[in-house]
Ligand binder design. Structure first.
Ligand code: ZN
Length: 219
C-alpha cells in the first residue's frame, strides 16, 4: 500500500484504465476524474463510466469546453484530419496543447477539496509520441508547482512513465484486467472501442504493443 486515497485522471483509454487498476492495488480508496473537453467521440466518456463502474470506483466528469475554444487540434475539431505519420519537426496534430497540465491542475484542486494528495496519471515517455506534457521532467515540475500553489504535498504517480505499450499490456495482465482493458477501453482516434479502427496512429501503437506482448507471453 502506498497511501489511503488516490485520484486517477481517467479517460477510458488503455493507459488510464490500467492506471485505475494499478491505483486500486496500491491505495485503500480510489477516485477517478474525467473531463469532457469537446473531444470528438463521446464514446470515450461512455467507456470511462463503464470501466469505473466495473472497477467500483466513483467517477466524476467535468466539462471544460474552454480548451477547444482556445486551440484547435485534430482530437477536438472535425475539420482537421488526423495525421497518419508523425511529422519530423513538431508533435502530431492530435496534441491537445496544455491538456495534461490543465487536467492535473483541475484534478489537484478537486483532490485537495476531497482530502486526497495522491494523483495518478497514465502519461509516459517510452512510446513518446512527441507530446511535451507526457515527459517526466514536466510531471516533476508540475508536481512542485502544484505543491507551491496549494501549499500541500501532492505526489503525482506515473506508473507507465517508462513502459512501452507491450509492457503496459503486461501490467494490465498482472493486475488481472487484461480482457477488460482489451475489450472495453477506447484508445482509437476514430472512437472505436477495443481494437479500434486499426489504422490511426493510436490504434497502430496499441495493437503493435499487444502483438509484441502476446508473442512474449506465448514463448
Ligand atoms: Zn483507430
Amino acid at each position: 500500500m502506498i497511501g489511503d486515497k488516490a485520484l486517477v485522471v481517467f479517460s477510458g483509454g488503455q493507459d488510464s484504465s490500467t492506471c485505475l487498476f494499478w491505483a486500486k492495488k496500491h491505495f485503500a480508496e480510489v477516485f477517478a476524474i474525467a473531463f469532457n473537453y469537446g473531444q470528438r467521440h463521446k464514446i470515450e466518456l461512455e467507456a470511462a463510466k463503464n470501466i469505473a463502474k466495473r472497477a467500483g470506483v466513483q467517477l466524476q466528469i467535468f466539462k471544460i469546453d474552454l480548451l477547444s475554444q482556445l486551440t484547435e487540434n485534430a482530437l477536438t475539431s472535425q475539420q482537421i484530419e488526423i495525421e497518419k505519420e508523425k511529422p519530423a519537426d513538431r508533435p502530431p496534430n492530435t496534441l491537445v496543447e496544455g491538456r495534461n497540465m490543465l487536467f492535473l491542475t483541475y484534478a489537484a484542486i478537486f483532490a485537495k477539496a476531497n482530502g486526497i494528495n495522491h494523483l495518478v496519471t497514465g502519461v509516459g515517455q517510452a512510446d513518446f509520441s512527441g507530446y511535451p506534457d507526457c515527459r517526466n521532467d514536466f510531471i516533476l515540475s508540475l508536481n512542485q508547482t502544484l505543491n507551491l500553489s496549494m501549499d500541500i504535498q501532492y505526489t503525482i504517480h506515473t506508473p507507465l512513465m517508462w513502459k512501452n505499450k507491450a509492457e503496459i499490456w503486461q501490467l494490465a495482465d498482472e493486475l488481472g484486467v487484461f480482457d477488460l482493458v482489451r475489450n472495453e477501453t477506447v484508445t482509437c482516434y476514430n472512437g472505436i472501442k477495443g481494437a479500434g479502427c486499426g489504422e490511426c496512429p493510436a490504434c497502430i501503437l496499441r495493437n503493435r504493443g499487444l502483438e509484441m506482448y502476446l508473442k512474449t507471453k506465448n514463448v
